[in-house]
Structure formats: structure tokens, C-alpha cells
Write a protein that binds this ligand. Structure first.
Ligand SMILES: [Zn+2]
Length: 165
């Protein structure tokens, strides 16, 4: 009687595929960071220095603050000679708000851009910053695994903690 061929169990095959996809996703996110100009890259890579849950909570706001400082090409709007707002496109992804009037001049500084970077409320989150936040979450999770503590996903994402969807 012929021996049946040796099959890899389907769950092993699926686990292998998931591992490969996770590796690919990690590399794609890292590539996004590597494509950024040097100053932005150094700010974005600072997620790696977060060591505690508190560090991790603070990181998006602190990094966003520094990214806002990188804005060039700031459009100043005046009314009767007085400056009433400054706007700039996102220094990471080049996006502006989805608005007919302001889309071409960018987000209002600093709050509009901060909301875009951190995905606050219903703002469309910056794709570059979002990729780095995902890297940061993984870094945080891995660190906890190494230390033998189970991370609590419900409290790991500052966005979900704020009660936004
Ligand atoms: Zn952006």
C-alpha cells in the first residue's frame, strides 16, 4: 500500500503565512520611516525609546509636537493687517485637510495638524504617523513579552482610551 504524502497541517501553514505577512508588514512600515527626511525620521524612530506604558501614552503627542516644528512653507492669513491663522501641509505625508478652501494651504497650525497626526476625533489620521504608531505598539507589546508581562491591548492604544473609534 502506497504511503500517503506528508501534509503540513492547515493551521501550521496558516501560522507560517501569518508570520510571513507580519514580517512583510513590519518591513513596509519600516520602509515608510526610512523614506522620511532625516529630521522627521529621527523623531519618528524615537518610539523605540519608550520604556513604560506612560512613555508610550505620551509619545504620540510629544512626537507630533516636534513634527509640527518641522513645517516649512507656512501660509499666513491676515485680516485687516492682523495675522489670524497659519496653515501648512503635513511634513510627513504632504496632505492637507479635505476642504475645498483650505486643502491647498494645509492644516491649521498647530491644532489641525496635531489632530491629523494623532488621528484625534474624526480627523483622517496621517498614514505615515499611523504606520509609526503601529510600530510603536508592536515594540511595546514585544517588550512586555520579553519582560514576561501580558500587555493590556485595551489600554495600549491611546486612541481607544480616549473613546474614539
Ligand atoms: Zn500626514
Amino acid at each position: 500500500m502506497p504511503r500517503s504524502p506528508r501534509y503540513t497541517p492547515i493551521w501550521e501553514e496558516q501560522a507560517r503565512k501569518i508570520r510571513l505577512l507580519k514580517d512583510d508588514l513590519y518591513m513596509a512600515r519600516r520602509t515608510i520611516v526610512e523614506l522620511m527626511p532625516e529630521k522627521a525620521r529621527s523623531i519618528l524612530n524615537s518610539y523605540y525609546e519608550t520604556k513604560s506604558k506612560e512613555d508610550w501614552y505620551r509619545w504620540p503627542d510629544q512626537a507630533a509636537e516636534q513634527i509640527i516644528e518641522l513645517c516649512t512653507d507656512v501660509t499666513q492669513r491676515t485680516y485687516q493687517g492682523y495675522l489670524y491663522e497659519e496653515r501648512a501641509k503635513c511634513p510627513l505625508c504632504g496632505d492637507g485637510p479635505q476642504s475645498f478652501y483650505d486643502g491647498h494651504v494645509g492644516f491649521k497650525l498647530p491644532e489641525g495638524l496635531r489632530r491629523h497626526l494623532t488621528g484625534y476625533g474624526r480627523s483622517r489620521e496621517c498614514s505615515v504617523f499611523g504606520a509609526v504608531r503601529a510600530l510603536g505598539r508592536e515594540h511595546y507589546q514585544d517588550r512586555h513579552k520579553r519582560l514576561g508581562e501580558a500587555p493590556n491591548w485595551a489600554t495600549m492604544n491611546p486612541k481607544s482610551e480616549e473613546g474614539h473609534d
